[in-house]
Design a protein around this ligand. Sequence first.
Ligand code: ADP
Ligand code: MG
Ligand code: MG
Length: 932
Amino acid sequence: MSGRKYIYSFEEGDAGDKMLLGGKGANLCAMTQIGLDVPPGFVITTAACLAYLEANRLPDGLMADIRVQIAELERKTGKGFGDAVNPLLVSVRSGSAMSMPGMMDTILNLGLNEATLSGLIAKTGNPRFAQDAWRRFVQLFGKITMGIPDEAFDAAMAAVKEKYGAVQDVDLTAVALAELADAFVEIYRLHTGQPFPADPFDQLERSIEAVFRSWNGKRAVDYRRQFKITREMANGTAVNVVTMVFGNMGNDSATGVGFTRNPGTGENVIYGEYLTNAQGEDVVAGIRTPKPIAAMAQEMPDLHRQLIVLRDKLETHYREVQDFEFTIEQGRLYCLQTRNGKMNARAMVMTSVEMADSGLISRERALTRINPMLLEQLLVPMLDPAHKAAPLAQGLPASPGAASGKIVFDADTAEQRGKSGEKVILVREETKPEDIHGFFAAQAILTSRGGKTSHAAVVARGMGKPCVSGCEAIRIDVRERRAEVGGTTLREGDVVTIDGTSGNVYAGEIPTVEAKVFAELATLLAWADEAARLQVLANADTPRDAARARQYGAMGIGLCRTERMFNDSARLPIVQEMILADTNEARRAALDRLLPIQRADFKGIFEAMAGLPVTVRLLDPPMHEFLPTASQLEFEISQLRHLQRTTRTVAELPETLKLLDPELPRDYVESLGKLQQSLARYRESHSDDTLLARREALLRKVHLLSEVNPMLGHRGVRLGISYPEVYEMQIRAILEAAAECVQEGIDAHPEIMVPQVATAEELKRVKAMVDAVQADVEAHADVKLHFKFGSMVEVVRACLRAARLAEVAEFFSFGTNDLSQATFSFSREDAENKFLPLYIETGVLRDNPFEALDVKGVGRLMKLAVDWGRAARPDLVIGICGEHGGHPESIRFCHWAKLDYVSCSAPRVPIARLAAAQAKIRESECDESIFA
Ligand code: ADP
Ligand code: MG
Ligand code: MG
């Protein structure tokens, strides 16, 4: 006996302990214990695996314990392990706490050797079946314990098929299979230099060790890294030793896989496939085409009935859709595995609502069993599932959804072509704020650089447009207006399709299917809203976005970025005029033109969000973001100068030519003369001089505004205090729009929010402007205005001074994008382009802090600000409006930290609603230890 209990029979294992028994083992125990027909067997625990890996040998006494268990199997089955008359055969199956499909293999038919093979033949009277089982075992054992490649066996298989003229494996006779098995045994000897082990216990011991070792094999380690499976989630693999049952013992035998409900549609009918006279892997391996389970109702009606009973028992026990494996041996149905079924988003929603309505599960369970991120698939157009096109390239799935269109290489072209009704895809190396009008015009965005939180990704997600970013295989040549991908050249105007859900880029147009909020989804989300405490608001910048956000169930707008309105191509020139103004009067003149435009925008948004809060953030980005870049201007200036030189040269050309050759033909001279005249007219108009002068002035201003580190420079409230007329205009636009709403009976709830605040004094200065404008607007419109005034909290100092800020601010909104940058002292773009991938790959950081909120650092700061802010003002309303507001794990933290709302881009609203409900349902799982 070993000191520890490393082995549990299926009757005794604790079905709840997946960490110890692995998922497969725990479920085999559960099914045995609820009385389902599972072939007898036992589980060797993950603890034994860890002990083996630690000491590099099996724990003392383990094999002795295994002998005891095998004796028990012999008793239950009446067969003998290694018995030549009535042999017991087993499978050795791996299984860890997390399902890792195809990672660690299974050995079938263990216990066969020359002697037991004859016994099996004699007992079954079916030499073909026995030889087939034997050769499969030799191959699997050789592969898994000794690493012999499949190719060696495949070659032997091909040779035997050729010799006997067999087309398929199933065409091989017993004689041919016997020959094949001999060849396999010989391959084993050649590869290992040892004879094939005949002793079943020897076979078993080596198999167990091989399965344990596979836990640290490259495939398994890579898989765990890829899917972020930590030790807390799965540590070591268990080994299940299961009595073999045979689906290949004749036409009353079969094997198959089933789903208790249709995993594609969620429909409440058993679903799956089976093969008569076949062994387990044949269904998956696709050697023969399996039949749908529905066909079994005719072919084996009694077994079909049994299968339905099995299905019902599984669902009543697990209260979850199950994905199970079964084998029928001579008319008897065995269940060999079950696990929770993986379904697409639609099926998850359908089954949640149906199972809750039928009372199988509670509403809480209906809400918690769905990963909120899955919903993303449901709300965007997707590629027609029937399409068969192969992608040209793959980038990062930066914003979900699929779209087709003609490629264009800059935002201006996107806008021109988009306005004339063409569908375009904006293709850039990376995008900048000045490309925004191109986003509006494009169906989708494709960039060759940048991560999932690059500018392109964030803006596209905000607008709900598909985006593939970081598609490095595409080489873009903007000057030549073409892009190279592998061997393909794409020119401007060529049609491509991009799928932001998968990151794939395709040549040509692939049809897409539209998404809709269907009834079951609406039901589920309504349950979520009932369960949740956090409110879910949306980030929306235009009346259109606001209306869309409302359709997704947004309970208001948590962030309306006014600069997005400034970037519209009709308004940008006025904004530039304002920035370029040399005098206060000139600036005011430009602002006077912007005022009605902004007022109309705000009113539109208030209308779309009637009855709900609309949080408007005053101007945030540095001014230079509204101007062209210096290098762009320098390029244009040099082109203009070049043009001037050229026109001058052309003007002199006729004289020069005449001088050199007085015999020059007359018509030649005449046409040159005409050209000269029109050039003279052009030069008189001086349009290039004016243009040049304007460009040069702009360049001087750009140089003047340039900052070493603009994100930490002259922006946000700092701008508002140095150019108060800009903020005053915006405040006026908000309050006048609100006044119009009051007059027209529209229930507007504006909230004015100040960005980048670091000190209470900044906030007080802006509050004074608000008070003055309010008094003026109220007097003029003769209305009383109701609105809130609050602060972004996105600067570390603001968190630390939260108590003082809360004396002025009625609400806080955490801008966690900037706050994360500030807390880490990472610039996001630089981090993502340079070192973050390495940091995550090598485990310095577990997640990208710009995707998943860094709870321990940034979250800690937020919690301080919440506590101190509320201490100063108990009814302080607190929300989050960074990218993290739509990230389920981050939402969970926000709930725990007692925020009032999260705000995220419109398409993420349903995700956030579900995540908010889950956060509430699971709140007891969170405590201070999250900061540890
Ligand atoms: P995987 O995790 O890759 O599905 P499994 O351990 O489930 O591996 O086994 C692979 C195949 O062998 C499955 O089809 C399974 O049903 C079948 N199988 C495993 N053990 C037995 C057994 N004792 N009798 C019959 N078939 C088995
Ligand atoms: Mg399986
Ligand atoms: Mg910010």
